[in-house]
Design a protein around this ligand. Sequence first.
Ligand SMILES: [Zn+2]
Length: 144
Amino acid sequence: MGDRFSKEADGLPSAAAIERLVAAAAEVREAAYTPYSHFAVGAALLTPGGAIYRGCNVENASYGLSLCAERNAIFHAVAEGVRQFSAVAVVTENAVTPCGACRQVLAEFNLEMIVIVADLAGGRRVYRLSELLPDAFGPAHLGN
Ligand SMILES: [Zn+2]
């Protein structure tokens, strides 16, 4: 999909917006609290208007209470009154995709959002969220 990012007409983020988003995710990754896994993750969400909301993973001595960067970013944005997202960038040392729980939470707001996973060396992969969560359960199943 790489070259499609140069077009705004079809609703995809511009290449410049994607660069800003990945940079924001890389920056917030530095704030990750990961004394147990040492696996720092930064996530940044892009709104249709170009705003960015960020989150990092936050671990806890009671491991099950740890929160992923993607959900941290979503919850931060929602708490600020924002519910529309066109893309999310996730930066880790090895460009991993969001976990299943985060895919589900992201899908609540836009199953077709663009997901950019990036590593620290500039490597990237791009997906639609619907590719990562096929046949997703969502609001429509509850009549919403
Ligand atoms: Zn997750």
